[in-house]
Write a protein that binds this ligand. Structure first.
Ligand SMILES: [Zn+2]
Ligand SMILES: [Zn+2]
Length: 110
């Protein structure tokens, strides 16, 4: 989650300084630093309104879900996030893989 600075409080909603709303119908929340001008509608961050806090948070939440969906858990214990190995395309975590398998799959140097 990036740092968010409240730039305005309108009662019903707050705005954040780091994002702006471009004029696109979808994906209109843009990060000022990485995307100062929308390449689709041409809106620029110095003219566009700051994005609403709740919409930015929702977007970040959805992004996180998308990232989580891409994670394939270990086929043996259903966990493992740090170090994953692949045995015949099945993800296996560092706890479940055996030294023998590592060698067979070419993960071990010796
Ligand atoms: Zn746009
Ligand atoms: Zn495992």
């Amino acid at each position: 989650m990036p740092e968010l600075t409240i730039s305005g409080d309108y009662g019903d909603f707050k705005t954040v300084a780091e994002f702006y709303d471009c004029e696109c119908e979808v994906d209109y929340i843009k990060h000022k630093q990485t995307n100062p001008t929308c390449d689709k509608c041409g809106a620029s961050h110095d003219e566009a309104p700051d994005s609403r806090l709740n919409e930015v948070l929702e977007l970040e939440y959805e992004r996180r879900l998308i990232i989580d969906d891409e994670f394939e858990p270990c086929v043996r214990c259903g966990g493992g996030y740090d170090e994953m190995y692949f045995i015949d395309c099945d993800p296996v975590c560092a706890d479940c893989i055996t030294e023998k398998e590592k060698r067979e799959e070419g993960y071990s140097d010796d």
